[in-house]
Design a protein. Structure first.
Length: 323
């Protein structure tokens, strides 16, 4: 089969590497890669165009790399047809595919989705699993149809979620573990009559897109809820609050053993420094969380101890929801 891979971010490079390794044994050939356009990065005069990770990786493969502004562009669709693909494989590509696009490959289009479909259809399944405190998640390879993540399932695998694992860490781990799943999918797709297993519509759940402002910590929530949000929003949009009118970004938040306590009557967001653990202990709406490192606006990343000892008014300090 003639394969074309569509992907954009760094995590989507891992499945491409597996596909390249598996292709010869399945009599497949990668004939093209599709990714998003190069973007301006940097500041001021130092701005320059930078390819997304998949495009950068693919340009060293001596295969055609297409980077259309839109997957609906007629010239792009014509270029895609000229490559005569049998199978398109998408992974975090980031564009909606039209009926005209989906009609191009002779065998079809398949997608790599990091959830146990039909659970968590949509753009943020890894983050949503962490927000909801799920003990496990998975990866599904499915046929792509016009309706979002609704195609028949080709192959699927469950993965436990490690304690403290963040969205970035979990997503990388899932995409680094796909070779057996991809191998199973290629074996099944050899049968031209294989159509996959339909999803159960009664089990469908959706996940919402994440906005930058979601990273603002609501200290009135329970500690477990705050930690789930921290894990879900790392690395983006991150977790932040305010102290004395300045934004503070939290690079590490953790749960605390039950023996930790805080003076009664303190409002959510109040914090103190625990010398034994080296953590800032922060009062939540219910329970406590620990902070090991953070960065104040205009400053550099600091340990909890350095942050505490650098405070000018350490009496009854409190993180707030507003500047």
């Amino acid at each position: 089969m003639r394969l074309i891979y569509l992907g954009t971010p760094a995590c989507a490079v891992f499945p491409l590497e597996d596909i390249l390794a598996l292709a010869p044994s399945h009599h497949c050939e990668l004939v093209g890669v599709v990714s998003r356009e190069a973007q301006l990065v940097g500041r001021g005069k130092k701005k320059n165009l930078q390819d997304p990770a998949v495009a950068h990786f693919a340009k060293n493969l001596a295969v055609p790399v297409l980077q259309p502004a839109s997957a609906r562009d007629p010239d792009f669709l014509e270029q895609l047809r000229a490559l005569k693909p049998d199978l398109l494989i998408t992974c975090a590509y980031g564009q909606i595919l039209s009926d005209e696009f989906l009609a191009i490959p002779s065998r079809g289009t398949i997608n790599i989705h990091p959830s146990l479909l039909p659970k968590f259809r949509g753009a943020t399944p890894v983050q949503t699993a962490l927000l909801q405190g799920e003990p496990y998640t998975g990866v599904t390879i499915l046929f792509t149809v016009k309706q979002l993540d609704a195609g028949a399932i080709i192959s699927q695998k469950i993965f436990p979620i490690a304690p403290g694992e963040t969205a970035g860490e979990l997503q990388d781990r899932l995409f680094k573990s796909l070779k057996p799943l991809l191998n199973d999918a290629f074996n099944k797709l050899r049968d031209p009559d294989f159509a996959g297993m339909p999803q159960d519509p009664s089990l469908v759940s959706l996940c919402r897109r994440i906005k930058k402002e979601f990273g603002q910590i609501e200290w009135s929530q329970a500690g477990e809820t705050l930690i789930n949000a921290y894990r879900a929003y790392a690395p983006w949009p991150g977790s932040f609050s305010f102290y004395q009118g300045k934004r503070v970004v939290f690079s590490q938040i953790c749960s605390l053993p039950e023996e930790h306590s805080f003076p009664e009557g303190q409002e959510p967001g109040s914090f103190c420094f625990d010398q034994a653990s080296g953590l800032l202990v922060v009062q939540c709406g219910a329970g406590l969380v620990g902070v090991s490192s953070l960065q104040r606006e205009g400053g550099s990343l600091a340990s909890a101890g350095d942050f505490w000892h650098g405070l000018k008014s350490p009496s009854a300090p409190c993180f707030s929801m507003m500047k």
